[in-house]
Design a protein around this ligand. Sequence first.
Ligand SMILES: Cc1cc2nc3c(=O)[nH]c(=O)nc-3n(C[C@H](O)[C@H](O)[C@H](O)COP(=O)(O)OP(=O)(O)OC[C@H]3O[C@@H](n4cnc5c(N)ncnc54)[C@H](O)[C@@H]3O)c2cc1C
Length: 394
Amino acid sequence: MDKKYDIVIVGSGISGMSLAYYCAMEKLNVLVLEKSDSMGGSFTTVNSDDYWLEMGAHTMYNSYGNFIEIIEGCGLKEEIIQRKKVPYKAFKNGKIRSVISQFSIPELLVSIPSLFSIKKDDQTVESYYSRIVGKKNYKKFFQYMFNAVPSQATNDFPADILFKKRNRRKDILKSFTFKQGIISIIHAISRIPGIDVVTGAGVLSISVGKDSYQIKAENKEIYNSEYLALAAPVNVAAELTRSFVPEISEEIKKIESVLTDSVGVCIEKKDVNIKEVAGIIGINENFYSVVSRDVVEDENIRGFVFHFEPGKLDNPSKIEFICKVLNISKDKIKDTFYVQNTVPSFKLGQKSIVEEIDTLLKGNKLLLTGNYFSGMAIEDCVSRSKNEFSRIKY
Ligand SMILES: Cc1cc2nc3c(=O)[nH]c(=O)nc-3n(C[C@H](O)[C@H](O)[C@H](O)COP(=O)(O)OP(=O)(O)OC[C@H]3O[C@@H](n4cnc5c(N)ncnc54)[C@H](O)[C@@H]3O)c2cc1C
């Protein structure tokens, strides 16, 4: 008879891998099934020879308490390095500009005291922050700054989903990465005894037997488990749950999703003249943001990842555009990477959708985790996995 796992987890992003970590710590045998040929999902560190570049998530903070506990549990604390403090810039009308030149300081000073009187509850990003930074400032600059965070328009996001107050770990660097990039944590978790990861094994369908789940994957295997966790993007979770928990699928479907469309380039240091930047915010541009590797200096190479608005430019036009922003010719690009990810698009009412999903999940051996519950930040994903894990009783 085929091996039966205690739990099969669908998706090897940080949501799936943090859940795998919690399960392995309790000695469960865990199988993670990943559609892609590599692990990590939105943790997408790519390599150009010895140089690495983050095509997806790039920054971790000392306020990510649950995540830091996993880093420590994996023995990865020694790999933590500081992200160098370099400025953010804006890009408008074909030019890189200072951020401070993009908004009115008097309007900001008049508006900012509202911070102490206006609550975020039931407010959208637009309605809340227009009052905090001033209406004109919001339209001119801040909306673009907020869009740069999840690489999509955020006007209609619930105001309380983007920036959350969390306790900080004073013994950890305020914002950090790992010596070999963010993917290190995914690899470290995958090496824990009791966790098997199979890549190139996109899950096609799920059925529920008497006391187990049967999970059919693209590699033609059928896997069995007592518990099942979906840690795939929101649209995939909606699709996979449709056949066996249609009422949960209907709730998940209420959460929309968008694609992120990222192009990364590596260039010899001597060939690029723009000053060091942490990132560039696109103001009414083809891209939401550029994330630079200047925060972890390399002797020879600089790297920039452009998060484009999907569907606006074809690939050759994207490269042309990148050359324009960085003021380089095409032949100076040493390496190019293309990555797309699916991320949720939040609206007011998100909390009640999650409450309904959680009510329907009660007593079920199905766990749902991902970045479409309380927020997209790494700590939101890990916290969701931790809560879901607490429903497993062994
Ligand atoms: C460009 C970008 C930059 C970001 N920057 C930051 C940052 O700096 N700091 C921060 O805190 N957060 C950041 N985030 C947010 C955060 O990184 C993500 O929300 C988080 O990594 C999502 O993890 P996840 O595991 O929920 O989903 P994902 O990472 O999307 O993982 C889902 C996995 O499921 C797999 N999958 C899909 N379908 C199937 C299937 N049928 N069968 C099996 N597997 C399947 C996918 O291939 C993928 O590997 C960023 C996100 C993006 C996209």
